[in-house]
Design a protein around this ligand. Structure first.
Ligand code: HAM
Length: 408
């Protein structure tokens, strides 16, 4: 092999940078559990039809970005570009009746033009609340994502909120929008002129046409009665929960399944082209679009790659509490100590056997553990030497005091 680099648009996520990823995944599990979401794991590949029908033929994801191939049995398979359609499929397959709250995490695949924060294999955490029509479910989903980002300390997160209305509201609105766009066709960019034919609402999202679109008719100004009162309820519930948000009438999402609530978490301080850390919304028609019964639902997904970027890369904390160094002849005792400390809950490591003390200290340094525990002859008196790596100070303590000393 000429190169060991991973395929274009993909990454190896390795220590120490991966510590931030681990922290993000743990935080996600904590918050998903607190909000009552069970764990869902679905295959990373699905029948192509699921995404074609579920995500929608007019979405860029389905038109241009799917990793689709034929398997050995002649089936058309697609690596999942997102997790919502698979969740709804799994709900229908499971035979569950009634509300279902599930959370997931894992790799997603989209054939994109790679750049910082836009990868071909990327990672999402997500949560879906199925078979609930209540705007309280929308508000709770938005709050879950907000609390999660807040706990991670991501700076400058803005929740942008919109309503795209019900399918019944849409034909009348689209007629108005099309007419408005047609009248300004010559002023639109080439991309928007094309998008207009397939999915006029997506034009609202065009950054290049933003000044022109400031006065465009928006879906939120053309809501039916039910969607309007649901939108009002979501805003009220968010305010009561203390989740700040801004209304963004031109926010339309990139996937076709959204009805009513749509939202994004935007990192306003992130200096990158890709500032959407996550997004989601309601998708009351998705289950029917893939051939099932009506199952209203609402959910969100966040991109871990972008969250880690917004957090500023690696975590400051050490992945270890202590590193153990064995002086000659003390290897068995040192390894026994490591086992005992691990059972007591400490994060501890030790170098390979037969390494010189100097080499072991080098390994201790590299590990970034704040403390080195040196097992020497004082072991026979029930003692070891502890060294604080920050300032090199050391002292001898009783073996029984170690856990206390490590503040475990
Ligand atoms: P999405 O907006 O397509 O929504 O993706 C959600 C998040 O995944 C984005 O905000 C972004 O952070 C991340 N993401 C998407 N594509 C990439 C990429 N190529 N590279 C890096 N990060 C990326 C969904 O996927 C919906 N399933 C969300 C949802 C859940 N709606 C309802 N329930």
């Amino acid at each position: 092999m000429a190169s060991f680099a991973p395929p274009k648009g993909t990454d190896d996520i390795v220590p120490p940078a991966s510590a931030a990823w681990r922290a993000v995944l743990r935080e996600w599990d904590t918050w998903a559990e607190r909000f009552g979401f069970g764990l869902l794991m679905t295959p990373v590949f699905e029948a192509t039809e699921l995404f074609a029908r579920g995500v929608g033929e007019s979405s860029e994801v389905v038109r241009k970005q799917m990793y689709t191939f034929e398997d050995g049995g002649g089936r058309s398979i697609t690596l999942r570009p997102e997790g919502t359609a698979p969740t709804v499929r799994a709900y229908l397959a499971s035979g569950v009746q009634g509300a279902w709250k599930v959370a997931y995490s894992g790799p997603m695949f989209r054939y994109e033009r790679p750049q910082k924060g836009r990868r071909r294999q990327f990672y999402q955490v997500g949560a879906e609340h199925l078979d609930s029509e209540d705007p309280a479910a929308d508000a709770a989903i938005i709050e879950l994502g907000y609390r999660f980002l807040e706990a991670l300390g991501v700076p400058g997160v803005e929740v942008q909120l919109n309503s795209l209305g019900d399918p019944e509201d849409r034909p009348a609105y689209l007629t108005i929008l099309r007419t408005w766009l047609e009248e300004r066709r010559d002023e639109l960019c080439e991309d928007s002129r094309q998008t207009m034919e397939l999915n006029p609402m997506r034009v609202l999202d065009c950054k290049a046409c933003a000044p022109l679109l400031a006065d465009a008719p928006t879906p939120v100004a053309h809501l039916g009665e039910d969607a309007a009162s649901a939108y009002a309820a979501v805003k009220e519930l968010l305010t009561e929960a203390g989740v700040p948000f801004v209304e963004e009438p031109r926010l339309v999402r990139g996937l076709d399944y959204y009805t009513r609530t749509a939202f994004e978490y935007v990192a306003t301080e992130l200096d990158a082209a890709q500032t959407a850390l996550g997004g989601g919304g309601r998708y009351d028609g998705l289950a029917e679009a893939i051939g099932g019964r009506r199952v209203p639902g609402v959910g969100l997904a966040m991109g871990i790659d972008r969250i880690v970027l917004a957090m500023g890369g690696t975590q400051a904390t050490s992945p270890l509490d202590a590193f153990v160094v064995a002086t000659p002849g003390r290897d068995r005792h040192a390894r026994g100590l490591v086992s005992r400390l691990r059972l007591e809950g400490a994060r501890v490591d030790i170098a390979d056997r037969g390494r010189s003390v100097k080499a072991q200290f080098k390994a201790a340094d590299r590990s970034a553990a704040p403390v080195t525990l040196v097992v020497g002859d004082e072991w026979d008196q029930g003692e070891i030497t502890v060294r604080r790596m920050a300032d090199g100070t050391q002292e001898t303590i009783g073996i029984e005091e170690i856990t206390q000393w490590l503040e475990l």
